[in-house]
Structure formats: structure tokens, C-alpha cells
Write a protein of this length. Structure first.
Length: 167
């Protein structure tokens, strides 16, 4: 789905809310974002919906349910202000009446929007073997005043200068 299609889907959800709940609220403002694994956000206090543009383009057939899902949050917040759970029974009943599947989470592939954090480990050696440690520990091995010692052989560890990164 592109932006125009999402806006049309929000209009459609607004009409469903009018029919199902005699909804008299204004249409929400709509925003877009692209750097998150979240498919959409409902900001009831601002009467605003925000959608992940990248996930919408990659999942056009399923994204209409996401639009209904986010709109249902606005309706639920207004109709059930004391509801204890954001995806509780009140929300699920609103979703069903609006024609959506009351799923709590999406199952979209998020590889294109989520950057995987890499970890870097640094090699130190002692009398018995080599060990991979964090940057903080590797820095401690460089300090003569505060060396670290191997837990196995009790020997002082020295930094080898090697490092590796992995996900």
C-alpha cells in the first residue's frame, strides 16, 4: 500500500466506525514513518494515526488489517476509557465489529526496516588460552595499574589487538 491507499483505508475504517458505533469524532490526522519494526501507532490523545510506510509497501494485502487495528485503538480509547489492556476484550470486540482480525502483533518480515546490532569482541590471551571479551575488559588489560586475570590459570591477560564483530 502506498500513502494514498493508506489514507483511503483510514477513510474506510472511519466509515466502518460510524456505522458500527455511531462514531461522531473527526477523522484522525495521518503520519508516516519508516525506521521501526512497528507497523502502526495510534495516538488517541492527539486523534492521530501513524503507519510504517516501508512495511505497508511490502505487505499490501495484509496492511488493511493494520489500518483497522490502529483505528480500533482510537475507538476503544473513546468508548472504553477505563479499559485496562490496550489489546484486551474491549479492543477485540471493536476490531471484530469493524471487520478486522483482532491480532495483537503483526507477522511482517521486518528485515528491511530493522538494523541488526552487531557486537564486537576483543581477543586477550593468558597463560592457558585466548579469550574473547568486551571492549571494557580489553581496555582494562591495556592498563598496567589494573590488569585482569584469567579465572582458569590466574595469569595476567594481555590484549592481542584482534577483534571480531557478529550479530
Amino acid at each position: 500500500m502506498n500513502r494514498t491507499e493508506i489514507i483511503a483505508a483510514v477513510d474506510k475504517a472511519h466509515e466502518k466506525a460510524k456505522a458500527a458505533f455511531n462514531w461522531k469524532e473527526d477523522k484522525p490526522s495521518i503520519g508516516f514513518f519508516s525506521k521501526s519494526a512497528t507497523a502502526g501507532l495510534a495516538k488517541a490523545w492527539q486523534n492521530r494515526l501513524e503507519f510504517n510506510e516501508v512495511l505497508a509497501k511490502e505487505n499490501p494485502t495484509d496492511f488493511e488489517n493494520t489500518v483497522i487495528h490502529e483505528y480500533a485503538h482510537l475507538v476503544t480509547r473513546k468508548l472504553f476509557p477505563r479499559a485496562k489492556q490496550s489489546h484486551g476484550p474491549e479492543f477485540k470486540s471493536v476490531m471484530r465489529r469493524m471487520g478486522g482480525q483482532p491480532n495483537t502483533y503483526h507477522s511482517y518480515n521486518v528485515d528491511s526496516v530493522v538494523k541488526r546490532k552487531t557486537k564486537t569482541r576483543y581477543e586477550v590471551k593468558c597463560g592457558c588460552s585466548k579469550h574473547w571479551v568486551t571492549k571494557r575488559v580489553a581496555e582494562m588489560t591495556r592498563l598496567v595499574k589494573n590488569p585482569i586475570f584469567c579465572k582458569l590459570c590466574k595469569g595476567a591477560c594481555t590484549y592481542t589487538g584482534n577483534k571480531k564483530a557478529y550479530v
